[in-house]
Structures are given as structure tokens and as C-alpha cells.
Design a protein around this ligand. Structure first.
Ligand code: 5GP
Length: 352
């Protein structure tokens, strides 16, 4: 259904090159696009081939693109290759919190990696990503900031980037305060490092879906609540959140309108060069032991990034390669600046 102005826009969730499409009746008539591009639909009269233009194109030429139905059907046929095979990740102690923490009890027993335990999520995303109908979102005047979700594999430098952003403008950026059931340490205060709550309350909150993510570590629960995101936004700050990509779908609502940035590792050669003397910090806020990167860490990082990208790539609004930290940080900064001025496209499904 076209929007009010009679225009219909879609966000492409896959890359398309008509030259490589054996099915297209005429390659010259095709419109190529990249994942994330916003397209305007000009005609849906044909069940197999829609006509579309690139949104904002000064001299738009309508071209053929596969219809949703057609693309879904052929993608589904190819699904066995698309479906990522579970990744074998070593379970060394040093591989740290982020991974082991998020294992469900069952997976701990079988000693499998988080990717394996996320099997059910793979089927969740099995509704093959093709297009998402979007609409330009007109921000309310008092609504300036939003949630920015950073995702990326362990060791890619996500925490460093987040910290650099935070200290670059503490008035502008905020982070959530996690909940924990462990006892407060003497130098800590409630609501600063953590919100300290009882195990009973934590479990009730879990039941009531109050957490975006949570896990268990040394017999205590830790988690990030949805309300903690709300309280950062209520302070009129951009809320920076780093979570596992599978949690992103729960945040994709009109209330949060998350902008999702994937921090991607460079090539393994560049990892070896640039991280030679660096240390991997496995926990999300530096409390874990830092150890020098091993070759295994690099390989895991690359594999894990590939899995994230193939499973959740359609949810990423922006991909930033963290080769050189300063360059990546500047790119991140530019992205944030643009966020405040550029048209913000939201799925129409958020408006209902
Ligand atoms: P500590 O008890 O030493 O403060 O933290 C123990 C571990 O809990 C750390 O590795 C820390 O990164 C982790 N942690 C802190 N907050 C959260 C959270 O909101 N969610 C998850 N999953 N882990 C957290």
C-alpha cells in the first residue's frame, strides 16, 4: 500500500546486480542496487518484475527489480547455502565473558558456542530478507536523539570506539546502566556502575520481558533493561548500546528507532599487522583479563563477523571497518553527525 503522498519506498535488504541475474528478461533494463539502498517503487503491475528508481536520484531511470515474491522464492530455494553452518569456537577460559556468558544452561552442558545455541534464531531469520517498506520519518521537534546499536565480534574494538565517543561529548552520548544481582562493592554506588537488584526481582523482570539481554556470570545475573535505554533517551542523549545482533530485532520499534552500526574487522592480514601488540579484552567493560591476541582470536573474529553479517546484515544501517582506530572513529563520528540531519527512513510496520 503506497504512503499518503502516493509514493512507495522500500529498503533493499540484499545486493542486486541485473548482469548476474539469469532470470531477468533484459539485463539492460535492470536496476542494480546495494543492501540498504532506498528505492522508490514505480510499478508493481508485473508479479515477477517491479519497476523502481533510486530514491533521491536527480535523473531517475526506472529499472526492473525482482518482485518480493519472486526474490523470496528463489532465495528460499538457495537457503541451504545461505543458512550459516554452526561455527566451532574453542571454549578456552580466556575466550571470555561475552561468549561464555550468553550460553544457555543447555549449551553450557554440551559445551557448544553461542552460535550453535542460537540455532533457533537462525530459523527466526529464515523469512528471507528481500525488501522492507519504509517511509521518511519526520522527527518531532523535541525528539532529537535516538538509540544507536553497535554490534561486532569480540575484539574488534567496539568498546574502544564506544568509549572514545562517550568521552568526546559526554553531554551528547550516554550509555545504559546494567542490572546485576551481585553484591555492591564498597566503591560502587547503586545506579552508577550497576543497578543492584535481588535474584528474585531479576528473575521476575526476565519473566516480564524487561531485559534486552541478560546472562549469568559467576552465579550472578547481569543484564541490560529496556528501561535503562529509556532513561538515557529521556536525558536527551544518544543512547549507545552494544548487544549481540540477535537482540536487535526486539529493539526495532517506533519507540527506539535504532540505528544499527556493524563494526567489522579488516582482513586477517591487517588484523595481524594492526593488533600485533594489542590485547583482547573479552568482557564488555574491561573487567576481564586482557590477553595478547592470538592467531585463533583473529580467525574467530573474522568467522564470527562473517556469521553476523550473513545472518543480520539486513538489519545493519551502516558498516564501519575498524582497521585503523582513528580512521574508524572519524567515520563513526561522521555517521553520527549525519544521523541528525539526514532523512531517517523507518519501516512502515513501525507506524502501525
Ligand atoms: P563485575 O561483577 O566484575 O562488575 O562484572 C562481571 C562481568 O559482568 C563483567 O565481565 C561485565 O562485563 C559483565 N556485565 C556487566 N554488565 C552486563 C550486562 O548488562 N550484560 C551482560 N551480559 N554482562 C554484563
Amino acid at each position: 500500500t503506497p504512503s499518503k503522498e502516493g509514493k512507495m519506498f522500500i529498503k533493499a535488504l540484499f545486493d542486486y546486480d541485473p548482469n548476474e541475474d539469469k532470470a531477468i528478461p533484459c539485463k539492460e533494463a535492470g536496476l542494480s542496487f546495494k543492501k540498504g539502498d532506498i528505492l522508490q517503487i514505480m510499478s508493481q503491475d508485473d508479479a515477477t518484475w517491479w519497476q523502481a528508481t533510486h530514491e533521491g536520484d536527480a535523473n531517475p531511470r526506472a529499472g526492473l527489480i525482482p518482485s518480493r515474491h519472486f526474490q523470496e522464492r528463489r532465495l528460499a530455494l538457495r537457503r541451504p547455502e545461505i543458512l550459516v553452518q554452526p561455527l566451532k569456537v574453542s571454549n578456552r577460559k580466556s575466550s571470555g565473558f561475552r561468549r561464555s556468558f550468553r550460553l544457555s544452561r543447555k549449551d553450557k552442558k554440551t559445551n557448544k558456542s553461542m552460535y550453535e545455541c542460537k540455532k533457533s534464531d537462525q530459523y527466526d531469520t529464515a523469512d528471507v530478507p528481500t525488501y522492507e517498506e519504509v517511509t521518511p520519518y519526520r522527527r518531532q521537534t523535541n525528539e532529537k536523539y535516538r538509540l544507536v546499536v553497535l554490534v561486532g565480534p569480540v575484539g574488534v574494538g567496539l568498546n574502544e570506539l564506544k568509549r572514545k565517543l562517550l568521552i568526546s561529548d559526554t553531554q551528547h552520548y550516554g550509555v545504559t546502566v546494567p542490572h546485576t544481582t551481585r553484591a555492591r562493592r564498597s566503591q560502587e554506588s547503586d545506579g552508577v556502575e550497576y543497578i543492584f537488584i535481588s535474584k528474585h526481582l531479576f528473575e521476575t523482570d526476565v519473566q516480564n520481558n524487561k531485559f534486552i539481554e541478560y546472562g549469568e556470570y559467576k552465579n550472578n545475573y547481569y543484564g541490560t533493561s529496556i528501561d535503562s535505554v529509556r532513561s538515557v533517551l529521556a536525558k536527551n542523549k544518544v543512547c549507545l548500546l552494544d548487544v549481540q545482533p540477535h537482540t536487535v530485532k526486539h529493539l526495532r520499534t517506533l519507540e527506539f528507532k535504532p540505528y544499527v552500526i556493524f563494526i567489522k574487522p579488516p582482513s586477517i592480514e591487517r588484523l595481524r599487522e594492526t593488533r600485533k601488540n594489542a590485547k583482547i579484552i573479552s568482557s564488555r567493560d574491561d573487567q576481564g583479563a586482557a590477553k595478547p591476541f592470538t592467531e585463533d582470536d583473529f580467525q574467530e573474529m573474522i568467522k564470527s563477523a562473517q556469521i553476523m553479517e550473513s545472518q543480520y546484515g539486513h538489519l545493519f544501517d551502516k558498516i564501519i571497518v575498524n582497521d585503523d582506530l582513528t580512521v574508524a572513529f572519524n567515520e563513526l563520528k561522521t555517521t553520527f553527525d549525519k544521523l541528525e540531519t539526514e532523512t531517517h527512513w523507518v519501516p512502515v510496520s513501525w507506524l502501525h
